[in-house]
Design a protein around this ligand. Structure first.
Ligand code: TRP
Ligand code: ZN
Length: 853
């Protein structure tokens, strides 16, 4: 048996651990199949643990999985604990004691990439959320914090752990981390690595050594990540007053990693795709993502590490806040409107879909079986939106004061959402009881806005309604900050943005003293994560809205409306939309990146979500064909200006992955993809031949594939990049992304036979199957072949890597919105996976929740 029987954990069952851990000493003797870990742990009775006075706690449970106990002793006396699949239980003295144990683990066979494992001959760890128990026996819970001293013996030139180095010798290193931390922040790395080094002087004048460790050969891909780290350190000082607190900050790039990156104290470990960057091998989108992830992990040093989570139900305490902080950082480094629009597209694409389906859960869930399944868009992205709303409601100054109080009051704590909200209540005197529903209820609120005009008064009446879900059967009204501005007929701003605070199910707000009926611009900046239903003058807003988000949103709404109209009623593309779009495109005063976002049509899955919301059954082939038809209409409308748009946005100066150049390339490439529809790929071929960076090369390749000229270019690309894993991930992914819906599943199946399809590497697996799942019309092919292929591979991957398998199961989460034939086919595959013997706890929980009636 691989996993223990699934057990549900409840927030309401929280009790402190009966002991605190005063210190932890670990000694690693590295060996691929027989690493030895010796631990010395000092336990002291926890005064916060309410003991039954009649019943002293005389046994202790320590987590442990896949660890072989060699020996154990308490206060130097041998003990023989009872060991099960999940841990051990031992008799303990009534008072402080020292536990010592030696265990053996097998990192080379650890394909799950959790605990201590090997990647290309290097050792590394991933302990969040519950991976430390695969390294040694320990109270593996975030509220048990301790000071770690770690000795590593191994034949590798680089031996790293958290904190500061104490001893560095050939084949032996000793590290000490003075900051008490939970075990999930423990990290160890050993390998033949090279460092790209730099330094940072903190606001109080301390020098911090910075290193980015990579495999030999990757040295040329470090400079950008290092700069992003220094920018993040400076930004956190300037904006949040947070200074770094060790002499050393290390980042290590690892090829085999389940997620993007991990914020281990002083030793961040990154998926190489989330840190390595160069002009030739990375796209502008990669650069921006890398900058954001480096910032995110760095910011965790305060929001996550110095103040951690009491239990995993509080995950959004660190993740929502840190995502919010990294989004503020990106807004400051680049363009705030562009960042906001990108975030909302992402939220609608992933979080709204999650909230609409069987996996819906509150930002703070109340129960789980496998915590790894809760690193979700709801906890991360909606968690960040909730903090954004809080800031909107209390204002920037009060937000700054409350957060400062949070850092002062809770530094060193394992805290809760209650603690977080309390600092806002104490700073502002507000009662946040109702606001807290954003943390406790699942589902996306629908917000209906109606206008009435009488005399000189505009009345806005809002109605909120949240569809019930299994997680929240009877949702109560939310506090919704609704940012509203008013525009005149001539486009001037009649009333600047004000925040309406809605607390009731239905509520009206009036604007008086108006000389003429204005156009209302509602939910500016997307001030709350809701679905807005407002019959507004979108064309007027598209032309004039002074709020850049809502101006974009007006175009998006027109696009969505015309697409839905085309689908349901067979109408032609709305000429008013195309004309409105044209005037935005022609307006060269607008940032190219912004104009590019204007041109982007809603995604297929966004349309499926919108159709389902409106009570229709989305038909993937029709959605696809309708988008194609609208793109053809765009080519007709813009034909004359597209060549110029392309030309105007060719970057002539030396490549830089900054916002300005990225925006130009994005807009130019949007023009290119429309032009490819009429020039058969001529311009794309030219661009491919002249590209001196991956953004231009990859965009050209995508267009060549679409123009039916991909074969030769794909061969050339492969020959050029076969030795670069990250670029080859793009090569695998792009072929699926750009495949015709008819044969996307075949393209994916063929790619799995490629000798470089190393399916145990999560990046490579996701390149093919993440892309297939994202290819809406291809994945939902009427034959069901997409579902079946994914299921085949999830069954194969599950015993190797349950975490990545379970995450990819979310491809099936939207099954209920499709037609009966597709529902049946999806459920058949879900059941087929579920009936696999020894299926992991991770995958079992995901699919059981997905298939729940
Ligand atoms: N805490 C990490 C982050 O958000 C997320 C993470 C990295 C993670 N690796 C993981 C979560 C493995 C679960 C399992 O930055
Ligand atoms: Zn995080």
């Amino acid at each position: 048996m691989r996993d223990a029987a699934p057990q549900t954990v409840y927030l309401s069952d929280y009790t402190p651990f009966p002991w605190t851990v005063e210190s932890v000493e670990l000694h690693f003797t590295l060996d691929p199949h027989a690493t030895r870990v010796r631990s010395t742990i000092r336990f002291v009775p926890n005064p916060a643990y309410v003991k039954d006075p009649d019943e002293p706690v005389l046994t202790m449970f320590l987590h442990g999985e896949n660890v072989k106990l060699i020996w154990a002793q308490i206060d130097e006396m041998p003990v023989d604990p009872e060991v099960t699949a999940t841990g051990l239980r031992t008799a303990v003295p009534d008072g402080p004691f020292t536990w010592e144990a030696e265990v053996e683990i097998d990192p080379a066979n650890n394909t799950a990439l959790e605990g201590l494992y090997m990647s290309n001959g290097m050792y590394c760890t991933q302990c969040e959320a519950e991976g430390f128990r695969k390294i040694t026996f320990y109270p593996d819970r975030p509220d048990v914090m301790s000071v770690f001293t770690v000795t590593i013996e191994g034949p590798h030139p680089v031996l790293l752990s958290n904190g500061n180095p104490v001893v560095t010798q050939k084949h032996l290193a000793k590290w000490h981390d003075p900051w008490p931390k939970p075990a999930y922040l423990f990290a160890l790395v050993a390998g033949d690595l090279v460092a790209h080094s730099d330094s940072f002087t903190t606001m109080s004048g301390r020098d911090v050594a910075l290193n980015l460790y990579v495999r030999p050969g990757d040295e040329g891909k470090c400079a950008f990540g290092m700069q992003a780290l220094k920018d993040s350190m400076k930004w956190d000082e300037d904006v949040y007053g947070r200074e770094y607190d060790l002499d050393l900050f290390n980042i290590v790039a690892v090829d085999d990693f389940n997620m993007g990156a991990m914020e281990n104290k002083g030793l961040n470990i990154f998926n190489s795709s989330a840190v390595l960057a160069s002009q030739a091998t990375s796209t502008d989108t990669n650069f921006e993502r890398i900058e954001a992830i480096i910032a995110h992990e760095y910011f965790h040093n305060w929001t996550g590490n110095r103040i951690t989570c009491r239990d995993w139900f509080q995950l959004c305490l660190k993740e929502g806040l840190t995502v919010f902080r990294d989004s503020q950082f990106t807004s400051d480094m680049r363009s705030a409107p562009v960042k906001r629009i990108g975030d909302v597209i992402d939220l609608r694409g992933r979080q709204f879909a999650e909230d609409q389906g069987p996996l819906a859960h509150p930002v703070r869930p109340e129960s789980f079986q496998e915590i790894n399944n809760f690193y979700t868009a709801t906890i991360y992205e909606k968690g960040a939106e909730v903090i954004r709303m809080l800031k909107t409601l209390v204002g920037d100054d009060a937000y700054a004061q409350a957060v400062t109080l949070y850092f002062d009051r809770h530094d060193g704590d394992a805290a809760t959402i209650e603690d977080w909200l309390k600092v806002f209540e104490d700073t502002t005197g507000r009662d946040l009881t109702q606001f807290k529903r954003w943390y406790s209820q699942a589902g996306t609120p629908r917000l209906k806005a109606e206008e009435t005009w009488a005399g000189d008064t505009l009345t806005l009446t809002f109605t909120q309604h949240t569809p019930p879900s299994a997680a929240t059967p009877a949702p109560q009204p939310y506090v919704i900050p609704i940012a509203v501005g008013l525009l005149g007929k001539d486009g001037s701003e009649v009333a600047p943005t004000t925040i309406l605070e809605m607390t009731q199910a239905t509520q009206s707000f009036t604007f008086t003293g108006l000389s003429a009926r204005p156009t209302a611009s509602i939910l500016r900046g997307f001030s709350a994560p809701v679905v807005l239903d407002h019959a507004a003058d979108h064309a007027h807003l598209l032309a004039y809205d002074t709020d850049p988000f809502n101006r974009w949103e007006a175009g998006r709404t027109l696009a969505r409306n015309t697409l839905i109209d085309m689908m349901l009623n067979g109408t032609r593309p709305d000429p008013a939309y195309l004309r409105g779009l044209q005037s935005v495109l022609d307006d060269t005063r607008l940032d190219p990146a912004y104009r590019r976002l204007m041109m982007a049509l809603p995604t297929q899955s966004e349309l499926a979500t919108a159709l389902h919301d409106a009570g229709h059954v989305p038909e993937p082939d029709i959605i696809y064909a309708t988008l194609e038809a609208l793109r053809d209409a765009m080519v007709q409308q813009f034909q004359d200006v597209l060549p110029q748009l392309y030309e105007d946005n060719l970057v002539t100066e030396a490549y830089a992955p900054n916002a300005e150049q990225s925006g130009m390339r994005a807009l130019g490439n949007a023009a290119l993809s429309l032009l490819t529809r009429v020039d058969g790929g001529k311009l794309a071929a030219e661009q491919y031949d002249h590209a001196d960076n991956m953004t231009q090369q990859l965009a050209a390749l995508a267009n060549l594939i679409r123009a039916g000229r991909g074969e030769a270019a794909l061969k050339a690309f492969e020959a050029q990049w076969k030795d670069d894993r990250l670029v080859m991930d793009k090569w695998f992914g792009l072929q699926v992304n750009e495949a015709d819906p008819e044969d996307a599943h075949e393209v994916a199946a063929t790619l799995t036979k490629h000798p470089d399809f190393n399916w145990k590497n999560p990046n490579r697996f996701r390149a093919v199957f993440g892309s297939l799942a994202m290819h809406h019309a291809g994945f939902h092919h009427a034959s069901g072949a997409g579902y079946e292929l994914l299921a085949d591979w999830l069954i194969r991957l599950d015993p190797v890597n349950p975490q990545t398998t379970a995450r990819m199961c979310s491809a099936f989460q939207t099954w209920k919105r499709y037609d009966p034939a597709r529902r049946d086919m999806i459920l058949t595959q879900v059941q087929r996976i579920l009936s696999t013997p020894d299926l992991s706890r991770d995958t079992t929980e995901m699919l059981t929740r997905i298939a729940a009636p």
